[in-house]
Design a protein around this ligand. Structure first.
Ligand SMILES: NC(=O)C1=CN([C@@H]2O[C@H](COP(=O)(O)OP(=O)(O)OC[C@H]3O[C@@H](n4cnc5c(N)ncnc54)[C@H](O)[C@@H]3O)[C@@H](O)[C@H]2O)C=CC1
Ligand SMILES: O=C(O)C(=O)COP(=O)(O)O
Length: 387
């Protein structure tokens, strides 16, 4: 029986994809697989028997990716599975920032005992008047699963759309409306747009990318939307920008003491992916990827190892090796197997950055001693007998 542990509640529809050989455990040290959403794994000890972590969602800044790679723990995410949920909330955020719906609703609540509320509302409403999005210019930073969807909807709302993404994938480019202007310098977005929305992952290279300097370049009265991660934005500089009238509104999906309850900030409690559909899509994808890896050693949508798929093993055994992406590793593996008289039926090697993954199907079974010989090769992180 294989055991998995859930660090956050995971949609049952997804968990139902596990075959009857799987059981949920409350004891993390027993788990071969972990399912997680936003819970932080940075300070936890990774159990020795842990083989994989599946993030039911997109952002993996809550997971120690390098530490996992060095231990041969595969980390998956579920690209695009919650993108529609986020897109819809970004559009809602854009409208909430344009029309003062939030203050208007609060006014109604505050005046609920007023018998003349209908008449008084007609007088009060001028305080809550807003602007329309049609004809305005929207800048999108990050044209991935979410950015592309936001861009395409914004075009349908009659907005002019500028997109910036130096690493845009071919797949994303295919999906992007041809009316979106692809800019090569992010400053064009800062300097020309009425609305700016950011959809990049949080990494060392993107932390604080919306800096005080970036804000200083923006148009007066800009509306800034952040449904990606709070640390991407210098939020103290945002508050200064709001006070100075530079920023009209800051919409964020990430409450923290800097922005919660502050004038000009519309802060949502991280609801971007909290829809039935997104939660189910992510859970189904995460469980399928995890199960495929645990059973066959095949990797799809990993963020710390290369994708690698040899299908179902029809040979006698399958061994997978996690190792550094350095010269001569395959030669060393085949020498060990050759000395031990093991014939390779099929093999595959893929690399990603500094790490690599080798799958080997063999015509006879592998002993513990052979596994140990493979493990002692310099540069090997982990050896796993899948079959
Ligand atoms: N609020 C919420 O509930 C959710 C938030 N997110 C956040 O949104 C982020 C984006 O999600 P997806 O679109 O699904 O990811 P994605 O991986 O499909 O797209 C990210 C895009 O950012 C681009 N990028 C990376 N560095 C960049 C840079 N320096 N400048 C411009 N573009 C850059 C990449 O090339 C890629 O196209 C996630 O990493 C996560 O942090 C994602 C899902 C839900
Ligand atoms: O997928 C992401 O990156 C998200 O931010 C969604 O987070 P959640 O799964 O709702 O905790």
């Amino acid at each position: 029986m294989r055991k998995y542990y859930c660090m956050n509640p995971i949609a049952q529809v997804g968990l139902d994809n596990f075959s009857k050989n799987y059981i949920k455990t409350d004891e993390i040290t027993e788990a071969e697989g972990i399912l997680v959403r936003s819970a932080s794994m940075h300070d936890m000890e990774l159990p020795d028997g842990l083989l994989a972590v599946a993030r039911a969602g997109a952002g993996v800044n809550n997971i120690p990716l390098e530490k996992c790679a060095e231990k041969g723990i595969v980390v998956f995410n579920t690209p695009g599975a919650n993108a529609n949920g986020v897109k819809e909330l970004v559009i809602a955020g854009m409208l909430l920032a344009s029309r003062d719906v939030v203050s208007g609703i609060n006014w109604v609540k505050e005046n609920q005992e007023d018998e003349n509320i209908a008449k008084d509302a007609e007088k009060a409403k001028k305080k809550f008047a807003g602007t329309e999005v049609m004809g305005k210019r929207l800048g999108i930073i990050g044209l991935g699963a979410i950015g592309v969807k936001v861009a395409n909807v914004a075009r349908h709302l009659g907005m002019e759309v500028l997109g910036y993404d130096p690493y845009v994938s071919v797949d994303a480019a295919w999906k992007l409306s041809r009316d979106v202007r692809h800019v090569l310098d992010v400053n064009e977005i800062y300097e020309q747009c009425d609305y700016i929305t950011i959809h990049v992952p949080l990494m060392d290279s993107t932390k604080n990318m919306i800096s005080a300097e970036a804000i200083s370049r923006m148009k007066d009265g800009v509306i800034l939307l952040n449904f990606a991660r709070d640390l991407l934005v210098d939020e103290e500089a945002v508050l200064d920008g709001i006070t100075a009238g530079k920023i009209r509104r800051y919409v964020s999906d990430f409450p923290n003491p800097v922005t919660a309850g502050k004038p000009g900030c519309i802060v949502i409690p991280h609801l971007g992916a909290s829809t039935e559909e997104s939660e189910e899509n992510c859970a189904v994808m995460a469980v399928r990827q995890l199960q495929e890896y645990l059973e066959n050693g095949n990797i799809l949508h990993s963020v710390n190892f290369p994708d690698c798929d040899m299908g179902v093993c029809t040979a006698e055994s399958r061994v997978v090796i996690f190792h550094k992406n350095i010269a001569n590793m395959i030669a060393k593996f085949s020498s060990v197997l050759g000395w031990n008289n093991l014939n390779i039926a099929n093999m595959m090697n893929k690399s990603k950055g500094d790490v690599a993954y080798t799958m080997v199907d063999l015509e006879s079974s592998v002993s513990g001693s052979i596994v140990n010989q493979l493990k002692t090769i310099d540069g090997v992180f982990r050896v796993r007998v899948v079959k």
